[in-house]
Ligand binder design. Structure first.
Ligand SMILES: Cc1ncc(COP(=O)(O)O)c(C=O)c1O
Length: 414
């Protein structure tokens, strides 16, 4: 465990980008980790090493470097299985990211399992990638999409789920395990135990949870789980979908092409075994290998250490933001119930203006609707400013953020 013997300063040295300045002399302060995280040198080197030393296609050839590439690619699958406590690594499919994983379920499972008047339940705090694929599906099938609303603390109103389940026809409940805007941690266990009573399938969008808290899929008992490598120190363009073998065996392929087939004849094709049935074409080999190194890095620090660090940073940031007049914070102030994400508005400064002012001081925050316009409608705002932490962020960076916010207040004469 790295941080027991070393400090965050030591961890920061692994991230070359954190050394850089913007506008000549402003040290970069990166507070947009919910969007994508920075990459440690170990991940960058793993990708570099693949291209320099054993670049080749996988699952096709008998020569040494192809065998090395196949082994490294498959090793990532086993590593993810261990990381997320998945019993059978062959139930893990490599995809481009959470968005593709959810679209895959909507297409390959949804089209055979959702019919007219069936109900899919999602929540008001979903990312667009857990809304739009279901909108497309329910339109095609004349089914219905319903939302679990949030309360004033940014938590889901699970009494509404009870109503939906009792009313009947619910076939899928799909939700983010951590809101990318509010940080709210969803009570997945509660939702899933309710759904199991009604034999309703569940999908967890783990894009924000898997990087920041312990996820134990075997314990949770969901039916589908999706996450993205780039939000957990890994490269862009790779993520996973997990579903049990008996469910995936009954799903139709998402893409047709090389590697996903057993035999192809003029008018008929048989599918390859899992997981390859869902991995058509040459996959993103280098980045899957980089993902493996990212998981090693997280394991080396310890996911609980990461969670504790971010909870500590969130509490610190909230205490500082509380002292600034005219800041409205959305969601839960109890950091035990939230990941390291804070969304806020500052008087009537537009979030894009605020982000621009902070950028002048080298501080990168996100502004906008965060791909969560349904939630923005609920909050009755067009946009928010969002800060989000990872293991390399420090209290000192939060202090600098506060100084920059005070500067914005002066500029806007607040
Ligand atoms: C909760 C949540 N779900 C899904 C996504 C989409 O992830 P990706 O763009 O990696 O597919 C994001 C990205 O911000 C997210 O925060």
């Amino acid at each position: 465990m790295k941080t027991q013997t070393t400090s965050i300063d030591y961890i920061r040295k692994d991230f070359p980008i954190l050394n850089r300045c913007v506008y000549d002399d402003k040290q970069l302060i990166y507070l947009d980790n919910a969007s994508t995280t920075q990459k440690p040198i170990q991940v960058i080197n793993a990708i570099n090493n693949f291209y320099r030393n054993y670049n080749s296609n996988i699952h096709r050839s008998v020569y040494s470097i192809a065998n090395e590439a196949t082994a490294a690619y498959e090793n990532t699958r086993s590593k993810i299985a261990k990381f997320l406590n998945i019993r059978n690594a062959k139930e893990i499919i490599f995809v481009r990211g959470t968005t593709e994983a959810i679209n895959l379920v909507a297409y390959s499972w949804g089209r055979n399992n959702i019919a007219k008047d069936d109900v899919i339940v999602t929540t008001e705090y979903e990312h667009h990638s857990n809304i739009v694929p279901w909108q497309l599906l329910v339109k095609e099938k004349q089914a219905k999409l319903k939302y679990i609303e949030i309360n004033e603390n940014g938590e889901l109103r699970l009494d509404q789920l009870d109503d939906y389940l009792e009313y009947g026809n619910v076939k899928l409940v799909t939700f983010s395990q951590m809101s990318n805007v509010l940080g709210t941690i969803t009570d997945s266990t509660k939702i899933i135990s309710k759904c199991k009573k009604y034999n309703v399938k569940t999908l967890i969008d783990g894009a924000q949870s898997a990087p920041h808290m312990k996820v134990n899929i075997d314990d949770i008992g969901c039916d589908f789980f999706a996450c993205s490598a780039h939000k957990m120190l890994g490269p862009t363009g790779v993520g996973i979908l997990w579903a049990p073998k008996n469910v995936m065996e009954h799903m139709v392929p998402f893409h047709g092409g090389g590697d996903m087939i057993k035999e192809v004849h003029k008018y008929e094709t048989t599918w390859n075994d899992l997981p390859y049935k869902f991995e058509a074409g040459t996959p993103n080999i280098a980045d899957v290998i980089g993902f493996s190194t990212a998981i090693d890095y997280i394991n080396d620090i310890g996911i609980d250490t990461i969670r504790n660090h971010e909870e500590d940073l969130r509490n610190y940031a909230l205490s500082k933001l509380d002292n600034i007049k005219n800041i409205v914070i959305y969601g839960n102030k109890d950091s035990a119930k939230s990941g390291g994400i804070i969304s806020f508005n500052f008087a009537d400064i537009h979030p894009h203006d605020l982000a621009t002012i902070l950028d002048e001081d080298g501080i990168a925050i996100r502004s906008g609707h965060h791909c969560a316009q349904v939630l923005m409608e609920k909050l009755d705002v067009p946009a928010t400013s969002r800060i989000s932490f990872y293991i390399y962020n420090t209290k000192n960076e939060i202090d600098k953020l506060v100084i920059s916010l005070e500067k914005a207040a002066r500029l806007f004469k607040l």
